[in-house]
Structures are given as C-alpha cells and as structure tokens.
Design a protein around this ligand. Structure first.
Ligand code: ZN
Length: 424
C-alpha cells in the first residue's frame, strides 16, 4: 500500500490537475486523495499555496489554444508571471500530448510530424522531461519527501516486433543484392521465393536470440491485407494462414505474446481483434504509428485494448509525450482520463534506416548512447521488425538488436511483458 497525501485543488482545471498529480504519485510512490478540507498540500493560483499554478496556463488552456508556442517561450518549460517554473502545468502539457490538439498540417500519411513538435524546436526528444518535473516537485515539498516510499526506478526493457511482411524478402532485397554483385545470395533468395518459403517468418530464430538473453517479446500482427489510406500497404499475409497461426502458437509457447497491429484501413479495432483471435490481455500497436488525438485512444478504449505501444515519432527516436514510462492517457477534448495503458515507443529500426538514413554501425552506437541516458525511470519500448532479422543485403541490423539485448543484460535491465506494465 502506498502512503496517501491529501491535496486540495482550487482550480477550474480539476480533472486535468488531478490526473497529472495521480501520474506524479504513481512515479514517486504515493496515492493522492483530493479533499475539500484539512489538506496536507494546497494547489492553486495563489502565492500562499504549496503548489502554485500559472494563471496564464489556465486561461490559455480553457481558451482552447493548445499550441506549444503559447506555453513554452525559450525552453520547454512553462513559467509563472514571476519567472518560476510551474512544474505541474509543464508536466501536464507534455504528458497530455496537448500540442497535438492544435491544428497541424501532417506528413504524407496524415501524421503529426516531429518537425511540428516542441521536442524538435528545443532538441529535446531524447529527454524524459516529465520525470524531471515530477522529481523537481517532490524535491520542493518536504512533506512529499518524508511520506513517499523509496521506489525502484531501474529501467525495464519492452521488446516488440511488428509483422508487416512475411513474403517481402524477394522484392525488398533483390535490388540491393544485385547492386552489390552478390549473385550467389541472390540465387538462394530466388530459390526460396519460387518454392514459397516465408523468408521473414522464421520467428524461431528471433525467439532463440531473445531466449539467449532471457528476454521475452510481443509480436504485433496485421489482420488486414491491401492498400489503405494514404497509400499505406497492409499485410502481405493472411492472418488465418495455418503457417501464421502456427507461428503465433510458437510465440505463446516461448512465453511471448501476440497483439494486434492495427491496419491503416477503415476497419474497426473490434473487427480486427475478432480476426486476430489472440488470448489474454489485449495489446496493440498501430501500423505506421498512425495516431490522432484523442480519437485513437477513444476507439481503442471502447474496443477493450488494455495496452497500446504506438506513441512515438516515426522520424525520430525519443519521447512523443516527454515521458519514458507507461501511463494512463488524458483526453484533452473530453477532459477525462482514458482507461488504458500507453507505453511510449522509444526506439524503432525504421527510424534510423529509413528516416535518418543511418548505416547499422552508426545506428547501433546512437541507440546505445540513447539507452545509456535512460538506465533509470524508463520502459525501453523497442520495435524491431521481423525483416530486420533476415536482411541478407544489410545483415548489420540484426547485430544492432543483439547489442541492445546485451546492453540490457550488462545493465541489469530486465525484460517485461504487457502484464507487467498495466496500470489499473
Ligand atoms: Zn507496421
């Protein structure tokens, strides 16, 4: 049982500040109680309160201006008129993904672009800033420091694989192999293609690599085929193909888990989850990381998704909500908490290869540097697609993944599964 702390909230943003205080409590190790009388801590815009809220923040928020420029002037931090930091409002702004409620143009897939974010403007995508502001709040309040239980803040590793393609080896790799003059490998690949081998479906290899490091992982499967919105290609396999079902069983038998990779089609989560027909806790990641605030969370919540692992920028590694730990999202339009657990995505293979155009060796160094900064206070949600394990043209990507697993082992960062991350 966590110790309780009695807060009195005097603000027109009750739902908002109660939500961010609950997240702070989960992080620092206390349960907040919101009371009308006899508080231990007061939260208001008055100078005499224990936690002072910015009057300007409330006005701007209730006026419906969500753009980061309205809140963050010269740094990703919101200041009171007097110049002091308003830690609670800053954490609220970031964690609620409020910036994505302001009008934006979107990239060619309609997604909120990294280039439009405060993380880009302040070069801060790699920083766990919400955790920083929670720490600052705790440090500024002796009562909180005395009451909280000391928490184990060691980071954990959450390994995931999106299965976009199982037949793609031939189309994806032949050009690169030809260019490099590797005719022998090309012929091998051609033979496997003609004889119907599912090149990218040798999940036994992935599971064996992970087992060697005592790591378990989640495989997200597409249930829909064909081209979807914005020209996005969905699965090149049938979810009911016995070969696919066999691999899903193999994953379960190895202690892994199967989740939904929601397609970019108009089909609903409920329809796709019925077709996926996976056991246990319902987890999801959206194909191409497509995500629209707050609708995506709303429809996932309605369909009974317990854990979502989508929230990250495709173009850049780092924290899209400024936070490295799982949390319950907030619906800024509906002014309420969403009943599911969001596990922010930190690192994706495609970000380095496709968007940042790095070779495997450079990407590997940059990823380990990034992880070294987050040995504490994060769940390292890493996405490595199945095809990156079987790349004959650029085999270095497999080594990068192995290096991440070795890094986790050497730093005593243990592997976790969806069940370990759910927030009730
Ligand atoms: Zn995908």
């Amino acid at each position: 049982m966590l110790p309780t702390i009695r807060f009195q909230l005097e603000t027109d943003m009750q739902a908002e500040y109660a939500w961010i205080i609950r997240a702070w409590g989960r992080y620092s190790g206390f349960t907040p109680l919101f009371v009308e009388t006899e508080p231990e801590l007061t939260v208001s815009e008055l100078g005499i309160s224990d936690i002072r809220l910015s009057h300007f923040f409330r006005n701007t928020y209730l006026h419906g201006d969500h753009h980061a420029k309205a809140y963050f002037a010269t740094a990703p931090v919101h200041l009171h008129a007097g110049g002091q930091t308003d830690h609670l409002s800053t954490a609220f702004y970031m964690l609620s993904c409020q910036q994505e409620y302001a009008p934006f143009e979107g990239d060619k897939y309609g997604r909120f672009a990294f280039a439009d974010s405060w993380q880009y403007r302040f070069d801060a995508a790699d920083k766990n800033l919400v955790a920083f502001h929670f720490d600052q709040l705790t440090k500024s309040l002796p009562l909180v420091q005395q009451k909280i239980l000391k928490q184990d803040h060691a980071s954990r590793l959450f390994c995931t694989h999106d299965i976009d393609t199982v037949f793609g080896a031939w189309t994806e790799q032949r050009k690169a192999l030809l260019k490099k003059g590797r005719v022998g490998t090309l012929l091998q690949l051609m033979f496997r293609h003609i004889t119907g081998r599912y090149d990218y479906l040798e999940l036994e290899k992935i599971l064996a690599i992970e087992d060697a490091y005592d790591v378990r992982s989640v495989f997200f499967w597409l249930t829909e085929r064909g081209r979807g919105r914005n020209g996005i290609e969905n699965a090149d396999y049938h979810i009911d193909d016995p070969a696919i079902r066999k691999k899903m069983q193999l994953v379960s038998a190895a202690g892994g888990s199967n989740g939904l990779h929601k397609s970019a089609l108009q089909t609903t989560y409920t329809e796709e989850l019925e077709r996926l027909h996976a056991d246990g806790l319902i987890s999801n990641r959206n194909h191409y990381l497509r995500f629209f605030m707050p609708d995506t969370w709303r429809v996932m919540e309605q369909a009974g998704v317990a854990l979502d692992a989508t929230l990250g920028f495709a173009e850049q590694p780092g924290f899209r909500a400024g936070y490295g730990l799982p949390y319950r999202p907030f619906d800024v339009s509906g002014r309420r908490e969403i009943a599911l657990t969001e596990v922010p995505l930190l690192v994706m293979d495609t970000t380095y290869r496709h968007y940042l155009k790095k070779d495997p060796a450079t990407a590997g160094k940059e990823i380990i540097n990034l992880l070294d900064k987050h040995r504490q206070d994060a769940v390292i949600n890493i996405l490595w697609h199945n095809n990156y394990f079987f790349d004959l043209a650029e085999p270095g990507w497999l080594q990068v993944y192995k290096d991440v697993l070795a890094w986790a082992r050497d730093n005593a960062i243990r592997s976790v599964m969806p069940e370990d991350l759910i927030i009730q």
